[in-house]
Design a protein. Structure first.
Length: 278
């Protein structure tokens, strides 16, 4: 495919995403890419900019601060950065679509995600499968090793092809910033979208309790220390915003470059500009 065709197709794709949200009265926002704080998540490493802070791995904290300030449903489409992520499906810089819907739960957001995918890729059945169905009975063991579960999950997810799948009901210890289900606190109100064996999106019915955020950030730091990773201070401005009250909402982050790769039937992520190899 020529570079002129690639750029045109990408522009049409981004325009289609914006049209989807404009039709639903979801506002586009722009939040800082460079900020003083970053995530504590032990599975995500940020790129530090000495003297300034960190390139953001996601606009999550910044967007939630807007929600706490009374802004309605919002989305953001733009670059994010992660340290040491390179490969067929990973780049240190990539384009993320993230959005938050007020008064939605995870099931309602899953439906909207499916509608967006249909809007971009065309119609197809979307199947729902639980984390336990993928990983097996190992998830029920009280001393289950997290790294073993992660490996089982990754291998099983790659086999979910061809087709579109929502993976639901993650164990509580993998809730990240999702709330636990009121009717079953052993699982989180979290989902992932996998298309043809590739993870595309990760969504939550968002946790609102400020005290629980503090607790989960403390656990992140404990895990980081156990793994020998650098310590990361929690984002104090985000935590202060939560004290004002995060409204009930559901949010999801989607990898635009991977979705575009699938639409082109490519086998790896493509560069945004010509390189010696492209």
């Amino acid at each position: 495919m020529s570079w002129a065709k690639r750029v045109q197709q990408r522009a049409q794709y981004l325009a289609a995403i914006r049209a989807f949200f404009a039709a639903r009265d979801v506002l586009e926002v722009q939040t800082p890419v460079l900020a003083a704080a970053t995530v504590t998540d032990p599975d995500v490493e940020s790129i530090a900019v000495p003297g300034y802070g960190y390139l953001q791995t996601s606009p999550e904290y910044q967007m939630k601060r807007l929600l706490c300030a009374g802004v309605p449903s919002i989305y953001q489409l733009g670059p994010v950065f992660r340290h040491e992520e390179r490969g067929r499906l990973h780049n240190p810089e990539f384009t993320m679509l993230e959005w938050y819907r007020l008064d939605f739960n995870d099931a309602q957001l899953m439906q909207e995600v499916a509608e967006l995918i249909t809007h971009l890729l065309g119609p197809a059945e979307v199947q729902i499968i639980s984390y336990r169905e993928l990983v097996g009975e190992a998830v029920d063991q009280p001393d289950a090793d997290r790294s073993d579960l992660d490996l089982r999950f990754a291998q099983a997810s790659e086999r979910l092809k061809p087709g579109r799948f929502f993976i639901v009901d993650y164990p509580a210890d993998q809730a990240a910033l999702a709330r636990l289900r009121p009717d079953n606190p052993t699982v989180a109100a979290r989902f992932e979208l996998v298309i043809d064996g590739i993870e595309i999106a990760n969504g939550y019915w968002e946790l609102q309790d400020p005290a629980e955020h503090h607790s989960r950030f403390a656990e992140d730091r404990r895990v980081r220390k156990a793994r020998g990773l650098p310590d990361v201070e929690p984002d104090t401005e985000f935590l202060q915003a939560l004290e004002q009250g995060l409204p009930q909402c559901a949010g999801v982050a989607l990898g635009v470059d991977r979705l575009l790769m699938l639409s082109r039937r490519a086998v790896r992520l493509e560069p945004l500009v010509p390189t010696m190899d492209s």
